[in-house]
Design a protein around this ligand. Structure first.
Ligand code: ADP
Ligand code: MG
Length: 341
């Protein structure tokens, strides 16, 4: 056995519905890839992972399937999800022993069965000491909040498949809400809008680009226009259209209103002492959905509270997981309790 290969690095994983990020102890973020896999339909062998699998979307023949195994925040296919997690872990440990300690950040709404699946997958990848951390808790730590103090902090993490809302104080989650409306639903709303309004079929990637470039939650100081290509559903012919950010805002209204509503209903459940803290400190937005133009202002108008978008919202969860890993003793109390004794 070569001496150099005896090195192993503990890791923290943000297993997101849209993106998977890994933090390696002492090294920082070592992986940031879409949570996408391509596999052989017949043998169920993994063919490609992450960016490579993403590039195959819509271009494969029928023997290959490309899936997002965590799409709605739940594990749809355990076997595929497990091989994906193992492959991601292997990728960051090439030439090394498997990580001994692994922290996996999971949605607050995760079921016991899913917890076990995540834990088993990490163990099958060679880990000996697996811990689970709730995503909003990780996000709070990642943005620099001192989660141990007796102060309420509210986090809204808008990912691909789920929006997770939580109030955190004294190392724990006091109230939480997880809804399956987030970035994917916004993208989908744009696809539906083109179908309804223009009889035009556009691809998922196209809709996502429109969302990220000109999507908004409130009127913009300067409205934009964008050229969109798709296929006319009546004539079947490729078609090009110009649409405005006003139109896209209208298309996005339903999912945005649902997120705003979920934040308002969680606020109603916050105990009064903590509500006072949140009134002072405001709400922090993390996750890719936090980048939607004007979403912070929209939430400010609805809640009458200050709303801040975290710095680098897409990496907040994994940075929090990394901090827990690097200062493990200090953060024991924030981990999810093990499901088995
Ligand atoms: P998850 O934690 O579920 O993997 P992420 O936090 O990685 O999700 O966020 C991914 C979501 O954020 C996707 O739906 C993506 O389209 C969306 N997103 C990324 N950038 C932007 C942007 N600039 N504007 C709006 N949405 C965005
Ligand atoms: Mg996330």
């Amino acid at each position: 056995m070569a001496g150099w290969s005896l090195f192993s690095s503990d890791i923290a994983i943000d297993l997101g519905t849209a993106n998977t990020l890994i933090w390696a102890k002492g090294r920082g973020i070592v992986l940031n890839e879409p949570t996408v896999v391509a596999f052989d339909r017949a043998t169920r062998q993994l063919i490609a992972l992450g960016h490579e699998a993403q590039a195959m979307v819509g271009k494969t023949h029928r023997d290959i399937r490309v899936v997002r195994p965590l799409k709605d925040g739940v594990i749809a296919d355990f076997e595929i999800a497990e091989s994906m997690l193992r492959a991601f872990i292997r990728r960051v440990s090439t030439g090394m022993l498997p990580p001994r300690r692994v922290i996996v950040c999971v949605p607050v709404g995760v079921t016991e069965v899913e917890k076990r699946a995540v834990r088993d997958s990490a163990e099958h990848a060679g880990a000996k000491d697996v811990h689970l951390l709730a995503e909003p808790m990780a996000a709070a730590i990642g943005v620099g909040i001192d989660v141990h103090e007796p102060m309420g902090n509210m986090i809204v993490d808008i990912g691909g498949g789920t929006t997770e809302i939580a109030v955190i104080a004294l190392s724990g989650i006091i109230v939480e809400e997880s809804i399956r409306i987030a970035g994917d639903e916004m993208t989908n709303a744009i696809i539906q809008y083109f179908r309804r309004q223009y009889n035009m079929l556009i691809g998922e990637r196209t809709a996502e680009v429109i969302k990220c470039q000109i999507g908004s939650a409130i009127p913009l100081e300067e409205e934009y226009e964008i050229e969109v290509r798709g296929r006319n559903l009546v004539s079947g012919i490729p078609q090009m259209l110009r649409v405005s950010s006003e139109e896209i805002r209208q298309a996005l209204e339903e999912p945005i209103a649902a997120i705003v509503q979920a934040v308002l209903s969680l606020l109603e459940r916050v105990p009064p002492e903590l509500a006072a803290d949140i009134y002072e400190r405001g709400i922090i937005l993390t996750g890719g959905g936090a980048l939607l133009k004007g979403l912070d202002r929209r939430l400010e108008q609805a809640t009458e509270l200050p709303v801040h978008v975290a710095e680098d919202p897409l990496t907040a969860v994994v940075r929090g997981g990394g901090k827990v890993l690097e200062n493990f003793e200090q953060y024991q109390s924030v981990l999810l309790k093990p499901y088995r004794l």
